[in-house]
Design a protein around this ligand. Structure first.
Ligand code: MG
Length: 250
């Protein structure tokens, strides 16, 4: 038998990666929209007699609007995390409710929301790959420190990240450049050595770039940029697509 030279399979998964990476949580690692939609559906079914909306989809739209409105106020520091919950409830309920009642009603939503936390299916493999190659990884996320940390714990991802930087603890939220600078500092890196990976053009990409980090935009839903807007960051359709981009960024 004649000897054949077999091609040597190049295993890129063991190529060292010395970079410093930060990840956003919602919409990047965790499928927040899915959990929110399931929870809203359940919530509508249970409380439809007191809600303003007539249909589940009408309720979902109202709930999303209320959610982003009051979350923004919480992130700006003008209301507490508990207050944004009761205000969200009041916004969608068609009669007067006390704080206590609003909290109890919100509890039903929260239970369903948490029960539906799940990571996108590519997350585990990609983080394993990067950790195996020596990447230093952290999280930069907007929200409540307790809730965001428990998302990472419940998805079984918390061990990959250090530091975990949450806006509530830092006192500023993305896109403020100082949360990115704080995160880089906690990792013992210069912002210029870090790459931030996230799904929000405003919060993640613009914020990271303003702080001097590089950024990768994770565009899982295939959003089109308006007016052929150019962004100074590469775009990945999912987390798998982030890997070759990272290799090309060096
Ligand atoms: Mg996000």
């Amino acid at each position: 038998m004649r000897g054949t030279v077999l091609p040597i399979a190049r295993d890129t998964s063991i190529k060292p990666f010395s970079g410093a990476l930060f990840f956003d949580i919602d919409g990047t690692l965790l499928d927040h929209d899915w959990a929110e939609e399931r929870a809203a559906e359940l919530f509508f079914g249970k409380h439809r007699d007191i809600l303003k909306a007539q249909t589940a989809s009408e309720f979902y739209n109202q709930w999303r609007d209320a959610s982003s409105q009051y979350m923004e106020q919480f992130l700006r520091g003008s209301i507490t995390f508990a207050e944004q919950r009761t205000r969200r409830c009041r916004e969608v309920i068609g009669r007067t409710v006390s704080d206590r009642e609003a909290e109890a009603i919100f509890g039903d939503y929260l239970e369903a929301y948490e029960a539906n936390w799940r990571m996108f299916e590519d997350v585990s493999d990609v983080l394993n790959n990067l950790a195996g190659r020596g990447a230093q990884m952290g999280v930069i996320s907007n929200g409540s420190a307790e809730q965001q940390t428990s998302k990472l714990r419940r998805m079984g991802l918390i061990q990959y990240f250090d530091p975990i930087v949450i806006s509530e603890s830092v006192g500023v939220s993305k896109p403020d450049r100082s949360i990115f600078e704080t995160a880089a500092g906690r990792m013992g890196r210069n912002a210029g050595d870090c790459i931030h990976v996230g799904d929000s053009l405003e919060g993640d990409v613009a914020g990271a770039l303003a702080a001097g980090m590089r950024a990768i935009w994770v565009n899982r839903s295939g959003k089109q940029l308006e007016n052929e807007r150019k962004i100074a960051a590469p775009q990945a359709k999912d987390l798998n697509a982030v890997l070759p981009i990272l290799d090309s960024m060096g």
